[in-house]
Each structure stands twice: as structure tokens, then as C-alpha cells.
Write a protein of this length. Structure first.
Length: 637
């Protein structure tokens, strides 16, 4: 008995010794960097902590504040969106969270961001955080090194201006589909829309299915447009195809809805749990795998026959670059040194994950913010009228319109939403495992020790007053507007901004070499954030491949909606339609103010689950024809 106790005591003493000595070692490593640091009992990404923190928080907080005040906040999941720029204002543009397990470097400095994103080999992606996304196959998002180079080279070929123009057309069609479901004659007029989140998800899904697979998906009641590829009609159908439990659309939508469950829990475990949700999740996964195999086989056959579908069709392009025509006519054979079958499936899946929720959430937030900020919406209307007049969307021409649209309120609303609510709130990187790396900040050199983890905190660098000139807030008296949604800031001339660092020739060629460039628009009157201070799509060779596509589809959808309509916050919670129509302007403004406050509070409570989104809440809105607004045409004048 005594010897068991002695053994336990020894083991305990040893773990304390080991814990303390690891911590001391890492503290001395942190000192070596010359950067500010805080010491914490574990790292912010320590999984057991992340999973159990809710249990510990009240216990920790019951101790004197001075014991935990310094380190606790950055350890609580959701820290960066919740605290904006506060912690960096306190510790500095970069600070390190030191724990026995690792150095975790939080970065909110444009100069450092530029170096870390451009030196890909020195600061590789922290691919471990994406491990769960690899189970459908190796792909461009989750790989590193030579494998990544090959994937990036082959996938980026599709992301060009020609395809952006094709997506422009499809986005018009899809946005019109969404508008129709909102204005159907069967809908009661002046009806509150409670489904913005679902509808923007559907919009993004329909567009990404087109981008990824060349498929034309429909809105309820819609018919296939002329010239659509009938062979693929089974995927566009709202009924399950033969041998499937779900329709293709439902398969994807369901799978994406349960994505975390599917990625974390093995399928056979899901099958054992007798709940509707787990069974549905497992079904969607099974159906997805089947649909994808069938689609891939069809595309390989097509490639063998030398055919191709019209449209963007990323998967078809991957197949064509990986399979050549065989000896027999119509036979497709794999090419050496290209993507395998599994690789193609992996990339197809990752394009959906990377391009669906990100775009949908951006669109969702833009719509809510426009309804919450009627003055900005009026300016948007004005810009749309100037650029597009009352031309029919089907006549809109990508080449002549995309630049003026991007440089108008359409682009400003998008840019501002991705500034304040970036889909990816923190971009994970690390220092090479075998060598320390030096970065320069404000003329000082800092050694970042090998194996340190890095987080480029997008949401905080987007609110760093050093890079974002602010004006007095119109919403919160006595504060500046850096935390407000103000698309107009994109029209403040860059001359006002200090520290303007021109991008170097080097940066340019790197982006072009790897594809995914944002296009040529520049204009002297626009605010241009310093490079590295605005990273919703990350930057450098590993920046977002779909950036141009995402920008195009979002501003086109906005143009289609707002050329003819206004979006207002619904005020049902505070007053009925009858009450509103009997109100004085002052009373109406008060009611709207309550809806605005409520909407802003919900946005403030957004959480990041894979991407940043509303936390199970929704903001009800009303779509009205322009000229029939109850509030939108005068509130906040
Ligand atoms: C508003 C919409 C979008 C946002 C905010 C966004 C943001 C990002 C960010 C921040 C990254 C870097 C992630 C990291 O380094 O860890 C990224 C990578 C990527 N994105 Fe997007 N994205 C959007 C839309 C899209 C779309 C529509 C597609 C595809 C059609 C796409 C495809 C990709 C791919 C393939 C990568 C990986 C690139 C690589 O690692 O080489 N994204 N995106
Ligand atoms: C928004 O950002 C894009 C680049 O990402 C730029 O081309 C466009 O001009 C910006 N729009 C405005 C109004 O600043
Ligand atoms: C909808 O609201 C507008 C603006 O208040 C009003 O003019 C119109 O009559 C309403 N339509 C119906 C059907 O209630
Ligand atoms: C950056 C760094 O030095 N991190 C180290 C902190 O301590 C642990 C445990 O000793 C090491 O594994 C890390 O490499």
C-alpha cells in the first residue's frame, strides 16, 4: 500500500517537475523573441481545455482576479471576435501565449502578416487544424509542400477571368431565383422573411455546385433554363436519383449541415445511435460518396470522348487534366504525376466546404447590415442606379461592369462586411520545425523559435487603429467608428491613412504565379488598406483560390436584389403593421431603433464554428419594392 502511494507521489512530483521545466524552457524561448508574452497554464488550442473550458471557467473566476486576469481571456474559444482589438491594444501588435506545450504567437501587425504569408516555406500552414477535412481525399486546402504545389497548380487553372464571367451570369440567374421565392404571388405581401440564413445558404450552394461541377440547380418552382445539360438533370432534380435516399441538393445541404458531426464521429458510431439526426447525417454521407463516384465516372467518360460541359465545372477540368485519351476511342486513362481519383474527390469536397459557407455567411451578414443601416442602403441604391440604370440583369456584361461595380457601394459593402465579420477569423500558421525564423517589425528583428504556432488574427488586424483611420461613431456617442459597419469608409481617400506601404513587385508576381488573383481594379479615390492589414482571403501563395469568384457572385447577387427592392428590418416584435401605419415619424424611428439595436446585438454575439456565423439566432427582415418602404427611405437621415 505504502509503496503504491510512494509511486503515485513520485509520478506526481515528476509530472510537476516536467510541467514546470517545460514551462521554464518555453518562457526562456519567449524571452528570446523580444516580444511581449503572457504565461498561461495551457495553450488556446489544447483540445481537452477547449472541450471542458465551460466547466473550469466559473472555478477559475472564483479565485482573485489578479491570478487569471492576464491570461484567461485569450484562452477562451471565440476570443478574437469577442474582444476585437482590445488585447492587442493592451499587449502590443504581437504577443505570445506561453504554455508548457507550446508558444502561440498572436499576430495583429500588417508588416508581420506580409512576411508570414509571403514566406510560405518558412511559415507553413498549420495543416493539423484542417486534419478532419482530409478524410475525403488529399486536397489543395489541407496539404503542404510538394503535394500542395501540385494540387494548387492543377486546381488554380480553373480560377481565371473567363470563368469569373461565367459565374457572373449564373449568379444573376440564381439571385433572380432567390428573389422570386421571396416575391412569389403565393406569399402574402409584406411578409416577414425569417429564413435569410437558409436562403443565402441555398444561393451559395447553387452557385458552388455550378462552379464545382457545372451543375444547374433550381429553386423551388423553377424550370431548367434552355440549353442546360440534360444529362446531369438527375443532380438538379429535387427528387432522389435512382439508388439514393436523398436528392443531390439535399445530400450536400444535409452533409454540410452535419459536417462537424460527420468529421468527428465515425460513421459506424453514428449508425448505432438511434436518433433521426445521426441517421440523416450518415445517410447524407453515404449518398454524397455515391453521387460523387457516379459524377466522377461520368466526367471521366466525357473526358475520354473529348467532350466537356459548358460552364465552370472545376471537377471536369481536374478530370481532363488528369486523364488522357486512351488507345481505343472514348477510353480515358490516368496521366502520371497528376491527381488520382481520390485526389479529385478530395478537391471536389474541399471546394464545397471552402466556398459554400464562407460565401453564404458573407451574403447573410451583408443583407442584415444593409437592413440595419438604411442610410448605407440608400447610397447603395444610388450607385446601382448610376451603374446599371433599369437595364435587365440578363443583359449585364461582365467585362464592362465588373470594375465599376467593385469600385462602388456594392464592393464597399462586401469589403466592409469581410472586414468586420471575416469568415475565417484567425488564419493558422506555424514556424518551420527545424529552424528559427526572423521577422522584422518597425525596424526591429525578432526571432520566432522553431515549432511555434502562429495565428494571424484577421478580425483584430481589421480593427487595428494603426491601419484603419476612424471617425466619430454615429451609433455609439463618444466612441470612434472602427467597430461599426461603415461601408463608406472605403471611399475615404488613402492619403489620410498613415504608414502606407506600397506592395512590392515581388508580392505581385507571387500571387499571379499561384493563381487566384483579385483582378486589376485600382482607383485613387478609394481607401486602400495597407497590405497585410486586410486579410479576409489570407494573402500570398496560400491565399484563397476562390476570392474572385466569391466577390463576383456576391456583388452580382446584391445588384439583382437591390436594383428593384429594399430590405428592412422587421419590427413585428415591437409593433404590428397596423400600429406602425398609425405612427408618427418619431415613433416609427423609435421602433426601428429597437430593431437596429437587436440586430446589432445578434451580430455581436456571432460565433466561429468552422466559419463566423450567427449563433443560432436570426434577424427577421422584410423585402419591399423600392418606393414602398416604411422606414428604409428616411430612417437615419
Ligand atoms: C467570401 C468568401 C470566402 C472567404 C472569406 C474565403 C476565405 C479564405 C481564406 C481565409 C483562406 C485561407 C485559409 C488558410 O490559410 O487557412 C481560403 C483558402 C481557400 N479558399 Fe476561400 N474563401 C471564400 C470563398 C471561396 C470560394 C468560393 C472558393 C472556391 C470556389 C474558395 C476556395 C478556397 C481554396 C481552394 C483555398 C485553399 C487555398 C490553398 O490552401 O492553397 N474560397 N479562403
Ligand atoms: C473592395 O476590394 C476589392 C479588392 O478586394 C477592390 O478591388 C475594390 O475596389 C474594393 N471596393 C471598394 C469600394 O473599395
Ligand atoms: C405593403 O406595404 C406598403 C408600404 O407600407 C403599402 O403601401 C402596401 O399597401 C402594403 N401592401 C399590402 C398588400 O398590405
Ligand atoms: C516554441 C517552443 O519552443 N515550444 C516548445 C515548448 O515546450 C514544448 C515541450 O517541451 C516543446 O515541445 C515545444 O517545442
Amino acid at each position: 500500500m505504502q509503496s503504491v502511494l510512494a509511486l503515485i507521489g513520485l509520478a506526481l512530483a515528476f509530472s510537476i517537475y516536467s510541467y514546470v521545466s517545460k514551462l521554464r524552457h518555453n518562457i526562456s524561448e519567449a524571452k528570446r523573441t523580444g516580444l511581449p508574452y503572457i504565461v498561461a497554464p495551457c495553450s488556446p488550442i489544447f483540445l481537452p481545455w477547449q472541450m471542458t473550458h465551460k466547466f473550469w471557467l466559473p472555478i477559475i473566476r472564483s479565485f482573485p482576479k489578479s491570478w487569471w486576469e492576464e491570461w484567461l481571456e485569450p484562452l477562451i474559444p471565440g476570443f478574437s471576435y469577442r474582444t476585437r482589438h482590445e488585447r492587442f491594444a493592451r499587449h502590443g501588435d504581437i504577443f505570445i501565449v506561453v504554455s508548457p506545450g507550446m508558444l502561440f504567437v498572436m499576430v495583429c501587425n500588417a508588416e508581420a502578416v506580409r512576411q508570414i504569408t509571403s514566406r510560405r516555406e518558412h511559415f507553413p500552414k498549420l495543416t493539423e487544424t484542417y486534419e478532419i477535412l482530409r478524410q475525403f481525399g488529399e486536397n489543395v486546402l489541407t496539404s503542404e509542400g510538394m503535394v500542395w504545389r501540385m494540387h494548387r497548380k492543377i486546381t488554380s487553372a480553373s480560377f481565371n477571368e473567363k470563368n469569373a464571367a461565367i459565374v457572373f451570369k449564373e449568379a444573376i440567374r440564381q439571385a433572380q431565383g432567390m428573389l422570386k421565392t421571396w416575391t412569389r404571388p403565393t406569399n402574402k405581401r409584406n411578409e416577414t422573411i425569417n429564413s435569410l440564413d437558409r436562403d443565402t445558404m441555398r444561393l451559395a450552394l447553387n452557385i458552388i455546385a455550378y462552379v464545382g461541377f457545372g451543375l444547374t440547380l433550381l429553386w423551388p418552382d423553377e424550370k431548367l433554363p434552355e440549353g442546360a445539360n440534360l444529362k446531369f438533370a438527375k443532380y438538379g432534380s429535387l427528387e432522389p436519383a435512382a439508388g439514393h435516399k436523398l436528392s443531390f441538393v439535399d445530400t450536400i445541404a444535409t452533409m454540410l449541415e452535419y459536417i462537424l458531426m460527420l468529421l468527428l464521429v465515425p460513421r459506424w458510431v453514428l449508425r448505432l445511435i438511434p436518433s433521426k439526426n445521426t441517421q440523416l447525417a450518415a445517410d447524407s454521407h453515404e449518398d454524397w460518396t455515391k453521387y460523387m463516384r457516379e459524377l466522377l465516372d461520368e466526367k471521366i467518360e466525357e473526358a475520354g470522348r473529348g467532350e466537356r460541359v459548358e460552364g465552370m465545372d472545376l471537377m471536369g477540368q481536374l478530370v481532363r487534366s488528369s486523364y488522357g485519351a486512351g488507345q481505343k476511342t472514348g477510353e480515358a486513362v490516368p496521366k502520371k504525376g497528376t491527381l488520382s481519383r481520390q485526389d479529385i474527390l478530395g478537391n471536389a469536397f474541399i471546394m464545397l466546404v471552402a466556398g459554400h459557407e464562407t460565401t453564404a455567411n458573407a451574403m447573410h451578414f451583408i443583407l442584415i447590415e444593409l437592413a440595419t443601416n438604411p442610410a448605407s442602403q440608400r447610397r447603395l441604391h444610388k450607385d446601382i442606379d448610376e451603374i446599371l440604370g433599369d437595364t435587365d440583369p440578363s443583359t449585364w456584361d461582365y467585362d464592362s461592369l465588373i470594375s465599376p461595380m467593385m469600385a462602388s457601394m456594392l464592393g464597399a459593402c462586401l469589403n466592409e462586411t469581410l472586414r468586420s465579420m471575416p469568415a475565417v477569423v484567425e488564419i493558422p500558421k506555424k514556424v518551420t520545425p527545424d529552424q528559427d525564423q526572423v521577422i522584422t517589425m518597425d525596424g526591429q528583428k525578432h526571432v520566432l523559435p522553431k515549432r511555434a504556432m502562429i495565428s494571424l488574427v484577421a478580425v483584430s488586424v481589421h480593427r487595428n487603429p494603426r491601419y484603419w483611420p476612424a471617425q466619430p461613431s454615429k451609433i455609439h456617442t463618444g466612441k470612434d467608428d472602427i467597430n461599426d459597419w461603415v461601408p463608406e469608409r472605403w471611399f475615404r481617400s488613402s492619403q489620410d491613412a498613415t504608414n502606407k506601404a506600397p506592395e512590392t513587385e515581388n508580392d505581385r508576381t507571387e500571387v499571379e504565379e499561384f493563381g487566384g488573383d483579385g483582378g486589376p481594379v485600382t482607383s485613387a479615390q478609394l481607401f486602400r488598406p495597407e497590405r497585410g492589414s486586410y486579410i479576409p482571403f489570407s494573402d500570398g501563395p496560400r491565399s484563397c483560390l476562390g476570392r474572385r469568384i466569391a466577390q463576383v457572385e456576391i456583388i452580382v447577387a446584391l445588384a439583382v436584389l437591390f436594383r428593384s427592392h429594399s430590405l428592412e428590418l422587421a419590427v413585428d416584435e415591437w409593433a404590428s403593421d397596423e400600429e406602425v401605419s398609425g405612427m408618427s415619424r418619431e415613433k416609427k424611428a423609435d421602433v426601428y431603433k429597437m430593431a437596429q439595436d437587436s440586430s446589432r446585438a445578434k451580430i455581436g454575439r456571432a460565433v466561429s464554428v468552422l466559419t463566423l456565423k450567427l449563433n443560432g439566432e436570426h434577424v427577421p427582415v422584410r423585402l419591399v419594392k423600392r418606393g414602398e418602404e416604411r422606414f428604409g427611405d428616411w430612417v437615419d437621415e
